[in-house]
Design a binder for this molecule. Structure first.
Ligand code: K1U
Ligand code: ZN
Length: 180
C-alpha cells in the first residue's frame, strides 16, 4: 500500500449491548444518495480493517439499510454493496454455519438458518439486482439483514448458549476496559 493512497475515514464499530444495535434501520431513499455514497467507502475500509467479511450500517451507528460484504478480501476481493436488501425467497432446508460478529467481538457460535436465500437489493449504482446465495454467503447476507432489523446472531441461539456467550463477552469487555 503506498503512502499516497487515499483512505475513507474509519468508523467506530458499536459493541453489544449498545442499544443502537437493537434499533430498526430505515430504508434508504434518493434523498440519502450523498450520505450513502460517502458511507460506503468508509464501511468497506472499516470492515477490511476489523477484519470482517460483512458490515451493516447500524454497526457503525447509521440506522440506514446499507450492507457491505466481501467474503474473500485477501484472495480475490469481490466487494458487494446491498442497499435496501430484502429476502424474497428462502429454502426450507437449513444449514449450520459458524458465525462471528464485529459487534460481539471474539465470540463465535454455530447458527442454523435457511441454506439458500434469494435477495433483492439496489447496488452501489442504485441498480435493481437479485442475488442467490448459499454456503457462507447465505449466512453472511442473512446475518447482515438481521442487523438492519436489530437482530444479532446470538438471538438465534438457545437462551442457555446466548447467556453463556454474552457473559463471556461482558467479561472480556470489562478486562479490555481495565487495561485502557
Ligand atoms: O456483521 C458482522 O458483524 C461481520 C461478521 C459477518 C459474518 C461472519 C460469519 C458468518 C456470518 C456473518 C464477520 O465478518 S465476523 C469476522 C469473520 O467472520 C472473519 C474475519 C476475517 C476473516 C474471515 C472471517
Ligand atoms: Zn454482525
Amino acid at each position: 500500500m503506498s503512502d499516497t493512497e487515499i483512505h475513507a475515514p474509519l468508523l467506530p464499530i458499536l459493541v453489544c449491548p449498545d442499544p443502537k444495535l437493537r434499533r430498526h434501520a430505515r430504508a434508504v431513499t434518493e434523498a440519502d444518495r450523498e450520505e450513502v455514497a460517502a458511507l460506503i467507502p468508509s464501511m468497506f475500509e472499516t470492515m477490511y480493517k476489523a477484519p470482517g467479511i460483512g458490515l451493516a450500517a447500524p454497526q457503525v451507528g447509521k440506522l440506514l439499510r446499507v450492507v457491505t460484504i466481501d467474503l474473500a478480501p485477501e484472495k480475490t476481493p469481490q466487494p458487494i454493496v446491498l442497499i435496501n436488501p430484502e429476502i424474497i425467497g428462502a429454502s426450507e432446508e437449513t444449514a449450520v454455519q459458524e458465525e462471528g460478529c464485529l459487534s460481539v467481538p471474539e465470540q463465535y457460535a454455530e447458527v442454523v438458518r435457511p441454506a439458500r436465500v434469494k435477495v433483492r437489493y439496489l447496488d452501489e449504482h442504485w441498480q435493481k439486482r437479485e442475488l442467490e446465495a448459499e454456503g457462507l454467503m447465505a449466512a453472511c447476507v442473512q446475518h447482515e439483514i438481521d442487523h438492519l432489523d436489530g437482530v444479532l446472531f446470538v438471538d438465534h441461539l438457545s437462551s442457555l448458549k446466548r447467556n453463556i456467550l454474552l457473559r463471556k463477552l461482558a467479561k472480556a469487555q470489562k478486562e479490555l476496559a481495565g487495561r485502557k
